[in-house]
Write a protein that binds this ligand. Structure first.
Ligand code: SF4
Length: 392
C-alpha cells in the first residue's frame, strides 16, 4: 500500500471567476508567513495521529504553490520530516505551477529541494479564451514555462481545460497540438465546471460538442502513445501521477492546509476528514483540534457500505478498473458477489466490461461514468441482505 501527503497553498495572483477551490488573491487574506505558521502547527500537532510514516508521494497543490519562495517550500518539507515522515528515495514530489509565476532559476531551486514533477495549469493556449475565462497569464507565458521544463529535463504534466465558452473543436485541437509539441509525460484534460446561471455559462459548447471534444482528446492523445489510465488523465507509459493514483486505489493520504481532505483506509472501514474552507476557520481550528476531535461534519468514519461504494467508484475511474481479488480481500466474498451482480446487470448496456481479474468501464462507460456510478451504490441493508459474514 502506498501513502502520501497533500499540501494546500491557497494563494493566487488573481481569483479566476470560475474557480471553486479554496483560494485567495495574495493581498486579500492573511500574509503567507502567518498561513505557513498555521500549516507548520498542523503538521506538528496532528502528525502523531497519521497511521503511516513512509511517503511515496508529496503533492503541493492550490492555489498557486509556485508563488512560494523555494525557502518556504523547503521549510514545509523539513517540518514534515521533523515529525518522523520518511520521504522514500524514489518518491514522487509534485508542485503545481502557473505560467507567469516561474523562471528557469526558480525551477532549478525547486528541483534542488527534491521536487521532481511539475504540474502546469496551462488551461488553454488561446489568448482570446484565457482572457474570456479571466486568467492573467498569456499563451506565451505557458510556452515559456513549457520550454523551461523541457530544458530542465524534468517530469511534468499539463492541465488543459475544455468546454470553454465559445471554444470550438478546432480551438481545442490546436491547444492539444501545441501541448503535444512539448511531449509532456502527462496530460490532464479538465471539463470546465461552472455553476448554473454563472455568466461564463453563456455561449458554451452544446452537450454534443462537449462529448465530441472529449472524444477528440481521447483519440488524439491515445494515437500519440498516451494511455488513458483514468477517466481524465493521460500519460506516456510509466508516467502516470502516482499521487493521484493514491486517490483511486484505496491508499491513505493526509491533506494539510486550508480545505485539504484526507483519507485513511484503516482502522475499520476507513475514515475521511477535512479542514475548513475559509482562512478564518482554518486558522482558528488548527491549534484547537486534533484529528480525532475535529468538529462533527469534518470527520466521517465510513461504514462498510460507504467504504465499498467509494472503493468501487474510485477503482472504476481507472483504466484497470476494480480488481476482483481486492474486493474479496477487503470486504469478503459476499460483497464480491454483490459487486459482481450489479456490474453483470450493466454488461448489456455496454458501459462496463469484465476480464478474469477486473471489472472495467468501457470507452462509452468512461463518457457516461456518472450513469454507471449511480448503479453502484451500496447501503447497509443491501449488504446485510447479501448475508455478509465479515463483520469488521
Ligand atoms: S489560478 Fe487556479 S486555483 Fe487560482 S483562482 Fe485561478 S483557477 Fe483557482
Amino acid at each position: 500500500m502506498a501513502s502520501g501527503i497533500y499540501v494546500h497553498i491557497p494563494y493566487c495572483l488573481q481569483r479566476c471567476p470560475y474557480c471553486d477551490f479554496a483560494t485567495y488573491k495574495f493581498d486579500e487574506t492573511i500574509p503567507v508567513e502567518k498561513y505557513l505558521n498555521a500549516l507548520h502547527n498542523e503538521v506538528q500537532t496532528r502528525a502523531s495521529e497519521v497511521p503511516f510514516r513512509e511517503l511515496d508521494t508529496i503533492y503541493f497543490g492550490g492555489g498557486t504553490p509556485s508563488l512560494l519562495e523555494p525557502s518556504q517550500l523547503s521549510e514545509i518539507i523539513s517540518q514534515i520530516t521533523r515529525q518522523g515522515f520518511k520521504i522514500k528515495p524514489d518518491a514522487e514530489v509534485t508542485l503545481e505551477i502557473n505560467p507567469g509565476t516561474i523562471s528557469e532559476n526558480k525551477i532549478k531551486n525547486f528541483m534542488s529541494l527534491g521536487i521532481n514533477r511539475f504540474s502546469v495549469g496551462a488551461q488553454t493556449l488561446s489568448d482570446r479564451l484565457l482572457k474570456l475565462i479571466g486568467r492573467k497569464h498569456s499563451a506565451n507565458d505557458t510556452l515559456e514555462t513549457l520550454r523551461q521544463l523541457k530544458a530542465a529535463n524534468v517530469n511534468f504534466s499539463v492541465d488543459v481545460l475544455f468546454a470553454l465558452p465559445t471554444q470550438t473543436l478546432n480551438d481545442l485541437s490546436l491547444d492539444l497540438e501545441t501541448v503535444l509539441s512539448f511531449s509532456p509525460p502527462h496530460i490532464s484534460p479538465y471539463y470546465l465546471t461552472i455553476p448554473t446561471g454563472h455568466p461564463l455559462q453563456i455561449n458554451r459548447p452544446s452537450e454534443n460538442t462537449e462529448l465530441e471534444m472529449f472524444e477528440l482528446m481521447t483519440t488524439k492523445l491515445v494515437s500519440r502513445g498516451y494511455e488513458q489510465y483514468e477517466i481524465s488523465n493521460f500519460a506516456l507509459p510509466g508516467r502516470h501521477s502516482r499521487h493521484n493514483c493514491l486517490y483511486w486505489r484505496d491508499d491513505s493520504y493526509w491533506g494539510i492546509g486550508l480545505s485539504a481532505h484526507s483519507y485513511f483506509n484503516s482502522p475499520g472501514w476507513g475514515q475521511r476528514f477535512w479542514n475548513p474552507k475559509t482562512m478564518e476557520g482554518y486558522i482558528e481550528q488548527v491549534p484547537k483540534y486534533s484529528i480525532k476531535t475535529l468538529p462533527e461534519g469534518q470527520l466521517e468514519k465510513l461504514s462498510k457500505s460507504e467504504s465499498l461504494t467509494d472503493f468501487c467508484h474510485t477503482f472504476l475511474r481507472t483504466m484497470n478498473g476494480i480488481p476482483k481479488g481486492a474486493v474479496r480481500r477487503k470486504f469478503g466474498e459476499n460483497c464480491e458477489a454483490l459487486v459482481a451482480a450489479r456490474l453483470t446487470n450493466l454488461l448489456p448496456s455496454g458501459l462496463v466490461g469484465e476480464t478474469n481479474s477486473h471489472w472495467q468501464l468501457s470507452a462509452s462507460g468512461r463518457l457516461l461514468s456518472n450513469q454507471v456510478f449511480s448503479h453502484i451504490l451500496f447501503t447497509s441493508e443491501c449488504i446485510d441482505y447479501n448475508l455478509s459474514s465479515d463483520g469488521r
